[in-house]
Design a protein around this ligand. Structure first.
Ligand code: GLN
Length: 456
């Protein structure tokens, strides 16, 4: 893997050229959907001439292909947006570019970020960086693999229910999901507006911290953003850490429990107070998530009708144009979620599903807040297993959804969470541990992650 400082001694042109060459030599993984060499080199030349500078001057990075970028396409890994050239750039990317960073290309994902394996991409699955027969995780699978292969020091991802943390865990990199509202969502393809977040995947905690620092802050174009509160910090005293018992039961893979326990021991050795805690609402989190999120998806995806956005199918009848465009443009998983979402929002079922799920969501948030009255950080696995085999869960959506059990609580509660590598399975597959904090405690989580990274 590479870090930001590895590129510091190179010219911007050298850095970009190296990253692009590396990307081209790793096509087996299908991590990258498009490279934007022309624009990247043009920016690199200007940086080398001293036309502009910044904290990331000349540092190449990759963005998940649901971030709108200028030059090239933004496909969200869908046929619907296969040819879509964005008229503007997402705020997150604008902020990184203002510091001199260079976006060299776009990473693969599950179409519209619906999924946890990057197998739902219209352009084929991304393969795990450590084992080509296994999934990259998802939906930010391409971003995780690009970092794990050392193509770029960091890549951007989105996390609505685990899409940064889970692929980070599966590929042995760091993945940071911020507090909801810390980073502007403007210019990123919406999935579920109440849990969508923008974050980073990187090889070191320091690099993740720097990128989050740059991206954070209020944006008039995203009314849910918070005034900038993020200030990198270090740990002065021991923290109160709770390990969630319900997430460490026999249904979790032995290798995962062992790896998580190792990092729990490291936390205790570092002087933190570590205790087992109970979160009995955990068993409802997945049910809540898979009602609320499809409901929001069904509304957000309504805009892709083949008229305003998306690839337009040909027909004499307007209704058929809508129907055919959507039929061709969406993957089966996208359609499944639109249908579930429309169903739970329909009159007659709204009270039984959507309303009940929102009430249960409040109870889950209350339960988490109560734990955070006593603890600074909660610890859980990121996923019940290491990376599964390609194709293993593709015919069983519920099995695929079950892999999200540990990551959806923080998403539903808008709380920050991150995944850091903590070991490997018997067969050498990476395993991450998840740290969850109360809202706006992003800097504290990163400080703890940094301390654990130094102790490894
Ligand atoms: N795997 C989860 C899902 O399928 C999370 C997706 C995401 O965070 N974008 O919804």
């Amino acid at each position: 893997m590479v870090t930001i400082s590895d590129f510091a001694h190179m010219t911007a042109v050298e850095a970009v050229t190296q990253a692009i060459e590396k990307a081209r030599s790793h096509t087996d993984f299908n991590a990258i959907l498009s490279l934007n060499e022309e624009r990247a080199l043009e920016r690199a030349v200007r940086i080398d001439k001293g036309e502009f500078t910044g904290r990331l001057a000349g540092i190449p990075f990759i963005a998940k292909d649901n971030f709108l970028t200028i030059g090239g396409t933004t496909t969200a890994a869908s046929t619907m947006l296969q040819a879509f050239e964005a008229p503007l750039q997402s705020t997150a990317i604008e902020k990184l570019e203002a510091e001199g960073a260079i976006c060299i290309g776009k990473a693969n994902l599950d179409a519209f970020a619906h999924g946890g394996s990057t197998e739902n991409s219209a352009f084929g699955p991304t393969k795990n960086a450590i084992d080509l027969t296994r999934v990259a995780g998802g939906s930010s699978g391409g971003s995780a693999v690009a970092v794990a292969l050392g193509i770029v020091p960091f890549a951007l991802g989105t996390d609505t229910g685990g899409s940064i943390r889970q692929p980070a865990s599966f590929n042995g990199v760091i993945g940071v999901k911020p507090t909801y509202g810390m980073v502007s969502r403007f210019g990123v393809v919406s999935m579920a507006s109440s849990t969508d977040t923008i974050g980073v995947l990187s090889s070191t905690t320091n690099d993740a911290e720097l990128v989050m620092d740059i991206m954070s802050g209020q944006d008039s174009r995203d009314g849910t953003t918070l005034p900038d509160y993020f200030t990198p910090t270090t740990l002065e005293t021991g923290l109160r850490i709770g390990v969630v018992s319900e997430a460490m039961t026999g249904s979790v893979d032995d290798d995962v429990r062992r790896a998580v326990n190792n990092s729990v021991e490291a936390m205790a050795k570092a002087g933190h107070t570590v205790e087992r805690v109970s979160l009995s609402m955990l068993k409802y989190a997945l049910g809540i998530y898979y009602i609320v999120v499809p409901a929001e998806i069904s509304s957000n995806l309504g805009r892709y009708d083949g008229i305003r956005y998306g690839t337009r199918a040909q027909s004499e009848s307007l209704t058929e144009v809508y129907g055919l465009s959507r039929d061709k443009g969406f993957m089966p998983e996208n359609k499944r979620r639109i249908m579930i979402g429309s169903y739970v929002l329909s009159s007659g079922f709204f009270d039984a599903y959507y309303l009940k799920a929102q009430k249960a969501r409040t109870l889950l948030i209350n339960a988490l807040n109560e734990l955070f009255d006593q603890y600074d950080v909660l610890v859980m696995p990121v996923a019940p297993t290491p990376a599964f085999r390609l194709g293993e869960n593709t015919n069983d959506p519920v099995q695929m959804y079950l892999a999200d059990i540990m990551t959806v609580p923080a998403s539903l509660a808008g709380m920050p969470a991150l995944s850091i590598p903590t070991g490997t399975s018997d067969t050498g597959l990476p395993i991450g541990v998840q740290l969850i904090g109360k809202r706006k405690s992003d800097a504290l989580l990163l400080a703890l992650a940094k301390q654990l990274e130094e102790k490894r």
